[in-house]
Design a protein around this ligand. Structure first.
Ligand code: FAD
Length: 290
């Protein structure tokens, strides 16, 4: 099923993100986690592409398994920053052959000390969106957006104008970077709509359930951390069980507030942790009717 059809429905959707193994030896662990997360029957599962050290070679096969073996809608991520046009084209053709119906089109982070873009490389995600539309016009395309502004953007206003170009190129929905303060998201949605970006936006929530995730997540995302969240990490961070429970509670609280404010589409960065995904799902069972 195309994700845009899910999102155009009025009901609340809860989707989840997983990442492929970082090494081939980790494949078994990831497969097990993906199976367990699929068993929770989220509305769809997205599979990252080379993010956070994960390899990109398994993205399509995991997205295919989720769809064909476990009966859950899936989406494959695709980046263009470290690839030639030929590699990108091959990946899109592989997706078509695997029956992938949804792709999150991303530029990817520019690797350090790399000359970018090399001649002939795609420069922005909007270039990738156009390429996917050219090769696989039936695939539903999503893109990333940044409630606190993308770190490279000159300013938030310019970032939204650039985002509008991505949407005009054929991006049908957006998924946000993680945020820990919902008021930032509400303000952002207002600015998007004011700028004429009218496609559905999925609010993505990162449950921080380990103390060591805090610095890394914040460094990668550039997200602001509210005092209330800092207090939780300070108090519970050295006790893994307590920190996990508190992180699940904080993420649940964010999601309930979003839904209560009319935001229907929520994505959870599961970090391949079925226990955390299940904990959040349990807390919301009546609210989302699952
Ligand atoms: P773009 O949309 O191309 O934007 C990048 C920057 O360029 C922005 O500052 C934008 O304002 C600017 N820009 C865009 N168009 C123009 C223009 N025409 N002129 C001037 N400036 C322009 N990374 C991975 O490697 N793998 C993943 O699987 C992955 N999944 C992600 C999922 C989500 C939901 C999010 C939010 C991020 C994900 N990322 C992933 C990280 C992402 O690749 C990085 O944040 C990357 O730096 C930007 O990618 P983008 O697609 O948003 O780029």
């Amino acid at each position: 099923m195309k994700i845009i059809d899910l999102l155009n429905d009025k009901r609340v959707t809860l989707s989840m993100e997983v990442f492929p193994p970082k090494t081939t030896t980790a494949f078994e662990n990831v497969s097990r986690a993906v199976k367990q997360i699929s068993a929770l029957k989220p509305d769809f599962i997205s599979v990252t592409y080379g993010a956070g050290g994960g390899t990109s070679e398994h993205t399509i096969s995991i997205a295919k398994d989720i769809k064909d073996e476990y009966g859950v809608n899936s989406m494959a991520h695709l980046t263009c920053v470290s690839s030639t046009r030929e590699t990108v084209e091959q990946q899109i053709i592989k997706m078509k052959e695997a029956g992938i119906e949804n792709v999150l089109a991303l530029r990817g982070d520019i690797p350090d000390e790399t000359q970018f873009p090399l001649p002939g490389q795609f420069h922005y995600a909007s270039d990738l969106v156009r390429e996917i539309k050219r090769i696989a016009p039936d695939i539903c395309i999503g893109g990333a957006c940044y409630p606190e502004g993308h770190p490279e953007a000159a300013n938030k206003k310019q970032d939204i104008l650039n985002l509008k170009e991505k949407v005009d190129a054929g991006c049908e929905f957006l998924t946000t970077q993680m945020f820990f303060d919902n008021s930032i998201f509400y303000n952002y949605i207002y600015r998007l709509r004011e700028a004429g970006v009218m496609v559905p936006v999925i609010a993505a929530i990162m449950p921080i359930t380990k103390k060591n995730q805090v610095d890394r997540s914040i460094q990668l995302s550039g997200s602001c951390v509210p005092a209330r969240f800092k207090a939780i990490v300070d108090w519970f961070g050295d006790d893994p069980a307590k920190m996990q429970q508190a992180g699940i509670a904080y993420a649940t609280d964010q999601i309930i507030d979003l839904i209560a404010n009319g935001i229907n589409h929520i994505h959870i960065y599961t970090m391949n942790n079925p226990k955390v995904a299940a904990g959040i799902m349990d807390n919301l069972s009546d609210i989302i009717g699952k």
